[in-house]
Design a protein around this ligand. Structure first.
Ligand SMILES: Nc1ncnc2c1ncn2[C@@H]1O[C@H](COP(=O)(O)OP(=O)(O)OP(=O)(O)O)[C@@H](O)[C@H]1O
Ligand SMILES: [Mg+2]
Length: 586
């Protein structure tokens, strides 16, 4: 899944960005008006040259001599106020846009299907949220500011020049198409480079986040050099792309200036011809030349802003491609206030990836309300996949899954999920207090007494109590300050508090010493009471009491029955059981 395919043309992107500006149109118009004032003051500076020269030096007009300094101060005061208004107004708009786009991206992100996360790294996604959005901010302020204010300035100055002398002004205009062509060519290159730069910023984010999360692995495998090398390559690529951008920018600047100066030289040549000199006064001449020199700066800025603008477009493209991702399919409308927990899988097949074929084929089973169904099977046989279909993390490619007799796709996602608790293979906790981690996802006001009861049933209260800050203890990113077994018990307490009719347990008892395992087993027994439970456990001892044990092999149901039935059959399960108890005498 390539998420950055440009599916929008630059024109469409502008249009969409403009949509974000819409709510702030009043401020926008005020800013544009202020820019108009800025441009007018600029032109009036050039215009002042004429009376200044003719009035003071040629005619020696005393009123003009007295007036000029005051007018000058006045113009600059006006200019200052206008400049403040523009910068502040546009800045305000752009920061609001950034906030809105970020919020929209975040909201969209948490609603995306699980498969999207499988195919995009967290570093890449974070780069979009952090880097790309800032690029758009830049395009919407600086670029728009320059684009509008400087175009107005150029227009004002040109108008003044035409007013002074039409023929001379025409010479300047001849250079315009040449400049336009050049700018057009460069834009394309800028946009392409910007896309590469974004990608490389994403890669930087990706590798660093992997190394930060996996720092223990990096240390124990001594792979610092390797990671450094990997990072260095991406870092280099980022620098190379940046340099290409800079060199394009650096070459285009002097070329555009050269074109402008050609026009300037032409004007000076023609203006100083004797027949021309007779027509114009000193004031007109100076004023014209001043206006012309004043044109250079905004022209330069406008062509320079191109890179920022193109960066903004490329970034907006990446942002919109995220925003346009289909969120999870959620069309159901059937509400179920209280589920009984009767679950039925009917000929369910599933494919992650067409090339790899079926991960699950024709799986059917029935869990009556309150029953415990256990799944065993080799690693990679499809157990986790099977249970992940129930909360609709993925959708069966064929077959149906029903809850209380109703197809699960008929429920709104949130409604379906509110009936399910999940204690996963990897326990995920949040960097927050123990209290908030246990109460995570409970919407009503949960009191400490409920939390403590849950913690006690989860055999977690003893260690929580022993901590100096008790429930207020902060547990670090992903609960890193807790032991593995403690983390699991927090996860169990969380599920207990949530108190849903359905529970999914994925190998919650793996890799623990026997004392912790006894604790956790006891906690799980509490949790599984009076709930429909789908449990995956590699430790067969934990599922002997299950109502039904289903052996999964390569995505098929190989056999099923109670512990006693399966043992009596001398089946595959019996073999697994024999092996495990041989390997690990408990
Ligand atoms: N997100 C995914 N995208 C693509 N393929 C996947 C994904 N998750 C798992 N698979 C593949 O699907 C198959 C079943 O994986 P699954 O995680 O369901 O196995 P499992 O029975 O839970 O194994 P284990 O006992 O090791 O946890 C494996 O071959 C795996 O490579
Ligand atoms: Mg698994």
């Amino acid at each position: 899944m390539n998420t950055d395919t440009p599916h929008l043309s630059p024109a469409q992107i502008y249009q969409r960005l403009l949509g974000y500006v819409k709510p702030y149109w009043l401020v926008f118009i005020a800013s544009v008006l202020a820019m108009l004032v800025s441009a007018a003051t600029e032109t009036s500076l050039a215009a002042m040259m004429k009376p200044l020269m003719d009035g003071s030096f040629v005619d020696r007009d005393p009123t003009i001599i007295k007036l000029m300094p005051i007018v000058l101060i006045g113009i600059f005061l006006l200019r200052g106020a206008a400049s403040f208004l523009t910068t502040y107004g546009l800045g305000w708009i752009s920061r609001n846009i950034v906030k809105n786009i970020r919020a929209e991206m975040f909201q969209n992100l948490i609603g995306l299907p699980t498969a999207y996360y499988d195919h995009n790294t967290s570093g890449q996604l974070m780069a979009k949220l952090i880097y790309d959005v800032e690029q758009v901010a830049d395009a919407t302020t600086r670029a728009i500011l320059v684009l509008i204010r400087d175009s107005l300035t150029i227009l004002g100055l040109l108008a003044w020049m035409f007013y002074l002398n039409g023929k001379l002004s025409l010479i300047i205009l001849i250079t315009a198409p040449l400049t336009a062509l050049l700018v057009y060519k460069i834009s394309y290159r800028f946009r392409r480079l910007s896309k590469n730069i974004q990608q490389s910023v994403g890669d930087v984010g990706h590798i660093s986040s992997e190394v930060i999360k996996g720092h223990r692995e990096v240390k124990i495998f001594g792979s610092q050099q390797y990671e450094y090398y990997r990072f260095e390559q991406i870092n280099q690529r980022n620098r190379r792309q940046m340099m290409k951008m800079i060199s394009t920018d650096a070459t285009s600047q002097p070329i555009i200036e050269l074109i402008s100066v050609l026009g300037l030289a032409g004007v000076i040549y023609f203006a100083t011809r004797p027949e021309m000199l007779e027509q114009i006064t000193v004031g007109t001449f100076i004023s014209f030349i001043t206006a012309m020199f004043m044109l250079l700066t905004p022209i330069k800025r406008i062509t320079k802003i191109n890179s920022g603008l193109q960066r903004g477009i490329a970034a907006a493209q990446s942002i919109f491609s995220l925003l346009d991702q289909q969120s999870e399919l959620d069309t159901g409308s059937y509400k179920l206030a209280q589920a009984k927990g009767d679950i039925r899988y009917d000929k369910v097949s599933f494919i992650y990836d067409e090339a790899k074929g079926n991960v699950l084929s024709n799986v059917s089973f029935h869990a009556k309300a309150g029953q415990t169904i256990a799944f065993v099977g080799h690693s990679g046989s499809g157990k986790s996949t099977l249970v992940s279909l129930l909360p609709r993390f993925y959708h069966p490619s064929s077959g149906t899954i029903s809850l209380d007799g109703i197809n699960i796709t008929d429920f709104p996602l949130a409604d379906l999920r509110q009936h399910i608790s999940l204690v996963n293979q990897q326990v995920i906790l949040f960097n927050d207090t123990i209290r908030n981690n246990i109460a995570y996802g409970t919407h009503d006001n949960i009191g400490d007494s409920d939390i403590i009861t849950a913690a006690k049933s989860a055999y977690a209260w003893d260690f929580i109590q022993a901590m100096p800050q008790g429930l207020d203890t902060l547990i670090g990113e992903n609960g890193l300050l807790l032991s593995g077994g403690q983390r699991q018990r927090i996860a169990i307490a969380r599920a207990l508090l949530r108190n849903t009719p359905i529970l999914i347990l994925d190998e919650a008892t793996a890799s623990l010493d026997s004392k912790s395992e006894r604790h956790i087993q006891a906690a799980l027994d509490n949790l599984m009471q009076a709930r429909t439970t789908l449990v995956i456990a590699h430790r067969l001892s934990t599922i002997e009491k299950a109502d039904c044990i289903i052996v999964i092999h390569n995505g098929h149901i190989m056999e099923s029955g109670t512990h006693a039935e399966l043992l009596a059959k001398k089946s595959h399960y019996a073999e697994l059981h024999r092996l495990q108890f041989q390997d690990s005498p408990a």
